[in-house]
Design a protein around this ligand. Structure first.
Ligand code: ADP
Ligand code: TRP
Length: 330
């Protein structure tokens, strides 16, 4: 039997290279050999109170950008979280197994409580139990995500373990997954933090960025006068540029600039020009496909409807088992 894979992306804005290399690239590879469920986490997006006018186009865009990146809706279930009523029901059950202390200590909750002090709602606090419900509803084994999600996965395993201990074995304990050896964190171009949908806009490369915008953003990336001694360790912001180059450029270009660095002959202007062109080559076909698809609303609705049917079939089985095991079957 094929192993089960689940992952989600919040509908909070434009997708970027962090989403691509942290998550989507793995989805595309996994669709061949695993039983995959990928979804738009629109309920999770509500924790930051999006404008209702923006929610729908954002959900459609996440679907279009995933398909444009190579995800095949015939090979996977591609759906919206809010179309699966079994998820909030399991979330409610898991909330009885999630403790206030551990929820308050979660890094993502602490970050959000700091960044939106006027909106520390219960959905933010219980974000990890909703995410656990997303994953456990299909009894997933593997969850392709970026490094920032590691703690949420650990909590998912804890909730699964508590359910199994209290009510009997139902859930496998899922692990975060990346085809490389480690989970990845794609840095932003300004050397501060990671690429992200909502912060750091000028230092994040979006899959929807036009060629010139990519050039401008890359040319602004932080550099310095270059090393003066051979084989100097790289400062973070330079290491980041090399990391991005490794992802989108040829090995030959990467090695050439690395040698230049080690021999103190590096010209960062040239390196950034090369990086910008290679990013454009990578991003522009995805952008063009996604834009075309976003205008085809009937197609997007068909994908969502088919995804919903596939996901509900699996979700309703798990939920009915969970209800029985808890004793809710009168
Ligand atoms: P964002 O953080 O940009 O709002 P999401 O939270 O919806 O995006 O994340 C969707 C997926 O993309 C998750 O698997 C997350 O780990 C991954 N991801 C987001 N940003 C990065 C990044 N900079 N590097 C690696 N993976 C990332
Ligand atoms: N919390 C994830 C993020 O911010 C999105 C997400 C929601 C998710 N539910 C999930 C990821 C289930 C993997 C599996 O990136």
């Amino acid at each position: 039997m094929k192993e089960i894979v689940v992952s989600g992306i919040r509908s909070t804005g434009y997708l970027h290279l962090g989403n691509y290399f942290g998550a989507i690239q793995n989805y595309v590879k996994m669709q061949e050999d695993f039983n995959c469920y990928f979804f738009v986490a629109d309920y999770h997006a509500l924790t930051t109170h999006p404008d209702p006018k923006e929610l729908k186009p954002n959900v459609y865009r996440v679907i279009a950008e995933n398909v444009a990146s190579g995800l095949d809706p015939n090979k996977v279930a591609l759906y919206a979280q809010s179309d699966i009523p079994e998820i909030p029901e399991l979330y409610l059950m898991l909330n009885m197994l999630a403790y206030k202390g551990e929820l308050e200590k979660t890094a993502s909750f602490k970050d959000k409580a700091r960044s939106q002090p006027d909106n520390i709602n219960a959905g933010l606090l219980t974000y990890p139990s909703l995410m656990a419900a997303d994953i456990l509803i299909h009894k997933a084994h593997k969850v392709p995500v970026g490094k920032d999600q590691e703690q949420h996965l650990e909590m998912t395993r804890n909730f699964a373990g508590r359910f199994n201990h209290r009510y009997g074995d139902l859930f496998p304990e899922p692990t975060a997954f990346n085809f490389g050896e480690q989970l990845v964190k794609i840095p932003s171009l300004d050397g501060k933090g990671k690429m992200s949908k909502s912060e750091n806009e000028n230092a994040t490369i979006y899959l929807a960025d036009e060629d010139d915008k990519i050039r401008k953003k890359v040319m602004k990336a932080k550099t310095d006068g270059g090393p003066t001694e051979a084989n100097t360790p790289m400062p973070d912001y330079i290491e980041n540029i090399f990391m991005l180059m490794k992802l989108v450029s040829s090995e030959e270009h990467y090695n050439q600039f690395l040698n230049n660095y080690n021999n103190c002959e590096i010209r960062y202007g040239d390196m950034k020009k090369q990086l910008a062109e290679d990013m454009i080559k990578f991003v522009s076909p995805i952008r063009e496909k996604a834009v075309a698809m976003q205008n085809d609303i009937p197609l997007l609705q068909k994908i969502l409807a088919e995804g919903k049917d596939k996901a509900r079939e699996s979700a309703s089985k798990t939920l009915s088992d969970a209800r029985k095991m808890i004793g809710i079957n009168y």
